[in-house]
Design a protein around this ligand. Structure first.
Ligand code: CLF
Ligand code: SF4
Length: 301
């Protein structure tokens, strides 16, 4: 089924002033270790991926969705973006989306909830992943009607990957160095191709790390385009305190803008990413997550 991105604030520059997204932090675990990540660090004022101030189970997530949908009528997207990896917590991710779809269908029995937002009451489902588990779950993603998926693909080269990823856990085994990167890259690229062939709109996020993968990004963009990516989102490294890249020089916005311009000749670029928290709520430019924090605790009290 065709799917419109007109109401998705990340996929459409026009939509980002009008439509809101909410992230439901139901995915605490991760199955890889990126050298720029430290999910232990949580600062209320901080806005970057991997950060959340609460974790929810699927029932709590459903409750939060219902409250937010009531208060923010322009909510068009429900996304699972951590604070770990959506697919490393697939049971939670799947159950959360299924519960929300059921609740929408109960309220609007005549409307489908295929993941499209073709009127005000419908919701687009979106998830963000490192891509390691795509060979296992890509078909289920399609079957569940999730038609917007973001995969973070920082490199095609295992040697570069060994500088970005400390380890991965694949089929219960820990892999390190180039061996780990080879598996990760292979799963990302095959997963991307499969999803795109099934009509899923795949956005590829690329973290631009000075002196590590910056020279290689145009090659990544060309490859993901060839495999069917809808757009790429080249983002600056935000070195998390306590991470391996803590003291690594931050990529400037000037460098990011130039790289996006260069890559735009090959593939559509996202220019308005806010590098959201895993519990972000609202329009991309005005995070309202504090307003809706601890709703479930307040309900139980
Ligand atoms: Fe969330 Fe990501 Fe979906 Fe958007 S965010 S899962 S695609 S609904 Fe958007 Fe936030 Fe940038 Fe992500 S501004 S970090 S690109
Ligand atoms: Fe952190 Fe995301 Fe990397 Fe996992 S995939 S280590 S949560 S940045």
């Amino acid at each position: 089924m065709a799917c419109s991105t007109e109401k998705h604030p990340c996929y459409s520059a026009d939509a980002h002033h009008k439509f809101a997204r909410m992230h439901l932090p139901v995915a605490p675990k991760c199955n890889i270790s990126c050298n720029y990540c430290n999910r232990k660090f949580d600062c209320m004022n901080e806005s970057r991926p991997g950060v959340t101030s609460e974790l929810l189970d699927p029932n709590e997530a459903l409750f939060k969705f219902q409250v937010v949908k009531e208060k923010i009528p322009q909510l068009s997207v429900v996304g699972i973006a951590g604070p770990g990896d959506a697919l490393a917590n697939w049971k939670n991710t799947k159950q959360t989306i299924s519960l929300i779809k059921e609740s929408i269908e109960q309220q609007n029995p005549l409307k489908s909830s295929c993941g499209e937002a073709d009127d005000d009451s419908e919701i687009i489902f979106c998830l963000s992943t490192n891509g390691l588990m795509l060979p296992l779950y890509a078909q289920e993603i399609v079957d569940l009607g999730i038609n917007h998926v973001t995969i973070t693909i920082n490199t095609l080269d295992a040697e570069i990957g060994a500088k970005i990823y400390k380890h991965i856990v694949w089929n219960g085994v820990v892999y390190k160095g180039e061996e780990a990167s080879k598996i990760l890259i292979n799963n990302q690229l095959h997963g991307l191709e499969f999803l795109a062939q099934q009509g899923v709109l795949v956005k590829v996020n690329i973290v631009m790390i000075k002196g590590v993968n910056d020279h290689h990004i145009p090659e990544v963009v060309k490859k993901v385009k060839q495999l069917g990516a809808f757009m790429t989102n080249i983002m600056p490294l935000i070195p998390a305190p306590g991470s391996v890249f803590e003291d690594h020089p931050q990529t400037s916005m000037k460098e990011i803008v130039q790289m996006r311009k260069d890559c735009e000749l090959d593939l559509q670029q996202m220019h308005h990413c806010k590098q959201c928290r895993a519990d972000a709520i609202g329009l991309l430019g005005e995070d309202r997550s504090i307003e809706f924090r601890d709703l479930c605790k307040k309900k139980a009290a």
